[in-house]
Design a protein around this ligand. Structure first.
Ligand code: GDP
Length: 528
């Protein structure tokens, strides 16, 4: 591999932000983009791209509801690194996309509302990052408000998320009394000024806790309290250790306010300095290292109809190794076909001449005319299959039915395609002709009906159905499996990819079945 390619790969940092809705993910994304000079002033992130791509109905829907349905990629330089920030849908109804996006990053930024502490969705997302021990950087947000005691906040993270906190900065006051943060290793106090959130600005600082200048900021008592507190915190917490961070055992913690654009720069310095360069990934065949010459990658998301004129879809592929060049041929082992990729979408902000290349760690968008599925691997010819891209068991189910019965074929085609894309899951009972749609979040149902109408020209409606959850069925013993199938005919279905699933009317029922058929594995996640 050429030195340039090696250097390009090593400077990449691919991460996503995880948080509970309203903790400040959008706001911090904006400030990170400001710092990366990818945007000039804040207030421009929501609705980005809206003038580049014609909007389809469901994008309209997203706008109306003020949520972000789509995952996009923002690339910008910072601290001698090239950062790929993968946006994840904030609304919990689109969590499947979020989960899968987390398989495409090498680190995460966890944003916590310091007035609330660890919230539900953060817990769930952290569970997903734990599947691969993804390194986590933490930002305690909203210090311009009254917050939970900082030591209690750290305790909360440690107890709820089972990861050790290493504070890199420490807040001085909060709410109206928020003065800034003390940076432990730099031994520097950064001073907060309110009302400067929208533009980049020089942050004032004071070096050393014994610096006489500090007296202009705090009175004697406050200074001695602060010193005492800092000693206490240092005594109670470990020093930052990069190995432990990379192993997902500790999280460096920064304090600040995204709205006030304070503390975000320190966090981004920490993240780019410590977060890993693009990591290799396991396949079912072998481990693929990030230093391999040949291109490999996997598709973690498909987004439909960015351009409704062409009715095509964009498959987002994370490159695991090698270098993409415009016009190159990529091999899809699942369908055993080579495709010439002449018009992949790349996401380099501002530097047009570079747009024809991408390197391991980057995301590229492939135009998909129905041949690419979530979970697909691409190589230069080798037969590989990346593992670990999950499907989650839906928790909501509805029967879907046509208003016009003549279009049954169109409906089925639409549902199968939408399920391949991961927009929704489809179940077809073995015993009848029902079409059952399963979702992780309730908004997915609306998106499906809107897209069936605009893309497949079918009007469909939902009916309630008595299903609580679904499990994918596996069993090594053929006889046992046959026995299980015979006795549970009424609760069995095939999913969109024809995998056998058990659809349970209640959790009680599911638990009974588990007790009765101990040799049958009922899985709540399935790999694509
Ligand atoms: P998301 O749902 O996680 O993307 O959260 P947003 O970034 O949309 O923020 C939710 C709300 O919290 C918005 O009203 C923000 O203006 C507000 N917010 C975000 N960061 C801060 C902060 O540091 N301080 C205060 N006071 N409000 C903030």
């Amino acid at each position: 591999m050429s030195q340039t390619t090696k250097d390009e790969i090593l400077k990449r940092r691919t991460f996503a932000i995880i948080s509970h809705p309203d903790a400040g993910k959008t706001t911090i994304t904006e400030k990170v983009l400001l710092l990366g000079q990818a945007i000039q002033s804040a207030g421009t992130v929501k609705g980005r791209g809206s003038n580049q791509h014609a909007k389809s109905d469901w994008m309209e829907m997203e706008k109306e509801r003020g949520i972000s349905v789509t995952t996009s990629v923002m690339q910008f330089p910072f601290n001698n690194c090239l950062v790929n920030l993968l946006d994840t849908p904030g609304h919990e109804d689109f969590s499947e996309d979020t989960y899968r996006t987390l398989t495409a990053v090498d680190s995460c930024l966890m944003v916590i509302d310091s007035a609330k502490g660890v919230e539900d969705r953060t817990k769930k997302l952290m569970e997903v990052t734990r599947l691969r021990d993804t390194p986590i950087v933490t930002f305690m947000n909203k210090l311009d408000r009254d917050i939970i005691d900082p030591l209690e906040l750290l305790d909360d993270v440690e107890n709820e998320l089972n990861i050790h906190c290493v504070p890199i900065t420490w807040p001085i006051g909060c709410g109206k009394e928020f003065r800034g943060v003390y940076h432990f290793s730099e031994k520097r106090i950064y001073l907060y000024e309110s009302g400067r959130g929208n533009k980049l600005h020089e942050v004032q600082y004071i070096d050393g806790i014994d610096n006489p200048k500090l007296k202009e900021l705090l009175d004697e008592q406050q200074i001695s309290d602060l010193k005492e507190e800092l000693e206490l915190v240092q005594g109670a917490t470990n020093e930052f250790d990069r190995e432990d961070f990379l192993a997902g055992k500790i999280t460096p913690v920064f304090f600040g306010t995204a709205l006030g654009n304070f503390g975000v720069d320190q966090m981004l310095m920490g993240l780019t300095s410590w977060a890993p360069a693009p990591q290799g990934r396991a396949t079912l065949n072998r481990f693929v290292g990030n230093d391999e010459e040949k291109l490999t990658g996997f598709v973690f998301k498909i987004q439909a109809n960015m351009d409704p004129k062409h009715r095509d879809r964009i498959a987002f592929m994370r490159l695991v190794s090698g270098k993409y060049q415009k016009g190159m041929k990529l091999y899809n082992p699942r369908i055993e076909k080579k495709l010439t990729i002449s018009d992949a979408v790349t996401f380099m902000a501002g530097e047009r001449e570079r747009a024809d290349f991408a390197y391991a760690g980057d995301i590229i968008g492939l135009h998909n005319h129905g041949t690419i599925q979530i979970g697909d691997t691409f190589t230069e010819g080798e037969n590989l299959k990346f593992s670990g891209i999950p499907n989650f068991a839906p928790e909501l189910f509805k029967r879907i039915r046509l208003k016009d019965p003549l279009k049954q074929k169109q409906l089925l085609k639409g549902l199968i395609q939408l399920s391949e894309e991961g927009a929704v899951q489809l179940f077809r009972p073995l015993q009848n002709n029902d079409l059952i749609v399963g979702a992780v979040g309730v908004l997915q149902f609306d998106v499906v009906v809107a897209r069936l109408k605009s893309e497949y020209k079918v009007s469909a409606i939902y009916e309630a159905i008595n299903i609580t959850t679904a499990r994918w069925v596996e069993c090594n013993d053929k006889k046992e499996l046959e026995n299980f199938k015979r006795k549970n005919q009424n609760n069995l279905a095939l999913d969109g990819a024809e995998n056998l699933t058990y659809i349970a009317p209640s959790m009680v029922n599911l638990n009974l079945v588990k007790d009765r058929f101990p040799s049958i594995i009922l899985k709540s996640t399935r790999e694509h």
